[in-house]
Write a protein that binds this ligand. Structure first.
Ligand code: MN
Length: 204
């Protein structure tokens, strides 16, 4: 099957109302259909602009285009990971299990300690950005990182296991400016099965 040469908005693996009360239907809809879609559209528009200029042999502002492209592709890919590491309360476990649980306990001492550090990372992102749980293939350590805007400063041998969007557009309708409350709510809808699956793929 030929792959599309453009990005597409992925469907959510649950309904718009399924993450309530932690993320309301209105908030999730706007976040997915407006914000995420806008990154997809913008990334594709830049690719089209590049295609056109290359075909016509005209110049374009390479630096400006690449900067814009990395922002929108980053936005698209991070949101795609984010939706999948969330799950409705009925299916979401409150704690990780399997190999991931062991790795977190080994690194952080306890799940509670990991949760505390990840929450602190999310709450303290300056302006718009993300908190990410990554795994470093060189040191075999789970490492928490902050991402500014969508600039994924995660290195090639790091794999992203879980992300939390702390742009204001992710929570403003439900929590106003209270990011702390959104971060607390997040723990109720983490799809640990998915996070553990990503971790097990790293171990292969
Ligand atoms: Mn977002």
């Amino acid at each position: 099957m030929e792959k599309s040469k453009f990005y597409a908005l992925p469907q959510l693996p649950y309904g718009y109302n399924d993450l309530a009360p932690y993320i309301s239907e209105e908030q999730l809809k706007i976040h997915h259909q407006r914000h995420h879609q806008a990154y997809v559209n913008a990334a594709n528009a830049i690719l089209e602009r590049c295609d056109k200029a290359r075909k016509e042999g005209t110049d374009f502002d390479v630096k400006a285009n690449l900067k814009e492209l990395s922002f929108h592709v980053g936005g698209h890919l991070l949101h795609s990971l984010f939706w999948r590491n969330l799950t409705p309360i009925s299916k979401g476990g409150r704690k990780p299990n399997g190999a991931l649980a062991d790795a977190l306990e080994k690194e952080f001492g306890s799940f509670a300690r990991f949760k505390k550090e990840f929450s602190q990372a999310a709450v303290s992102v300056e302006g718009s950005g993300w908190a990410a749980l990554t795994f470093c293939g060189q040191t075999n350590r789970p490492i928490i990182m902050q991402i500014e805007k969508h600039n994924t400063n995660v290195y090639p041998m790091f794999r992203i296991l879980m992300v939390l969007d702390v742009w204001e557009h992710a929570y403003y309708l439900d929590y106003k400016n209270e990011r702390v409350k959104f971060v607390e709510a997040f723990w109720n809808i983490v799809n640990w099965g998915e996070v553990n699956k990503r971790f097990e793929e790293v171990l292969k």
